[in-house]
Design a protein around this ligand. Structure first.
Ligand code: R5P
Length: 329
């Protein structure tokens, strides 16, 4: 019998990448970054809408990453993720990490009125019950989502790469000011402003009960005769950003740039955005944008890929190296 010295023993096997159907292009880019193929699997929907997953090869003893965003179709994507994770667990994968670039239900993060759920907690629980040992999320709506998991994970910010893009266009910005679309985003907005060495202003916004339409009220700070960089974590219906753009324009802003990490662009958001006097929409590929919606925004749409961010974090997680080091933390 061979006795391996402790330091020779590997806890997990090689990296194995799997992807659901939520964000195939992003998954392929992550695979390209890592130089690892996406492993084969079948995902079949039966006539009764039940899903079925079959892996093409064994994942036994491997360090597995399941890349699946949970944007539209939300429930199909979520079930694909859960079923894939369970399939891998039953196949005796050594470690399973759910890589979820956009985390569905992130906005249901607290009881802010009586008799309502905390669905983000439920989603976290479901991922763990399915068999996820770890998770990787990008910019979930609220930090407390980290506390909804009892397994460890990496919660990544996309704002370093967005700030890098802003730095690259800064020479063409006239007296830029970073403006957050609501006060809840003030801290993250301040970090972006600090990275590009610009002042900060805020929009005070209130939601009316459960109405998806938000109401922007006032701008706190100076935007007059300045180029405005509006920041938010996601654009869903576009209601908040339409109000924000109109408001800063009323307050005398010059050119307006819009940043959002997650381009949900539901319903007619893309049409509404296209009609806005915005110079550039800067976003990421945590959520795929259909070619039709992208065409509406044309050259004004700048999509930064999170693939190298995810790829590097997967590599470091696999090798047991610090992720904080990537951000000088
Ligand atoms: C809200 O708290 C978020 O930060 C976004 O402002 C919101 O999700 C955007 O939603 P919509 O585009 O539907 O206004």
């Amino acid at each position: 019998m061979t006795h391996l010295a402790h330091h020779d023993m590997k806890m997990y096997g090689g990296i194995k990448l799997y992807a659901g159907t939520g964000s195939p292009e992003l998954a392929q880019k992550v695979a390209d970054y890592l130089g690892e193929p996406l492993c084969g699997r079948d995902i079949i929907q039966f006539p009764n809408e039940n899903l079925f997953v079959k892996l093409h090869s064994s994942a036994r003893g491997q360090d597995v990453y399941v890349i699946q965003t949970t944007s539209s179709p939300v429930h199909r994507n979520l079930m694909e993720l859960l079923i894939m994770v369970q399939t891998l667990r039953l196949d005796s994968a050594a470690r399973i990490t759910a890589v979820v670039p956009y985390f569905a239900y992130g906005r249901s993060d607290k009881k802010d009125q009586p008799r309502v759920p905390i669905t983000a907690r439920l989603v976290a629980d479901m991922m763990e019950v399915a068999g996820a040992d770890r998770y990787i999320l990008i910019e979930p709506h609220a930090g407390q989502v980290q506390g909804f998991f009892s397994v460890p994970g990496d919660v990544l910010t996309a704002f370093h790469m967005i700030a890098d893009h802003l730095k690259s266009i800064k020479p063409q910005l006239h007296d830029p000011v970073v403006v957050t679309v609501d006060l809840g985003f003030a801290k993250k907005g301040r970090n972006v402003a600090a990275e590009i060495d610009a002042p900060i202003a805020f929009i005070e916004k209130r939601r009316v009960a459960n109405d998806a339409k938000a109401q922007a009220l006032t701008v706190i700070g100076d935007v007059k005769n300045r180029d405005v960089v509006l920041v938010d974590d996601e654009i869903d219906t576009g209601g908040s950003i339409v109000q924000a753009v109109n408001l800063v324009k009323e307050y005398g802003a010059r050119d307006v740039y819009v940043i959002c990490v997650h381009p949900i662009f539901s319903a007619s958001a893309a049409e509404r955005l296209a009609a806005l006097p915005v110079k550039q929409f800067i976003t990421t590929d945590t959520v795929p944008i259909s070619p039709e919606k992208a065409a509406l925004l044309g050259d004004r749409l700048k999509i930064l890929s999170v693939s190298s961010l995810l790829g590097e974090v997967i590599l470091r997680a696999h090798e047991g190296r610090s992720v904080g080091e990537m951000f000088n933390e």
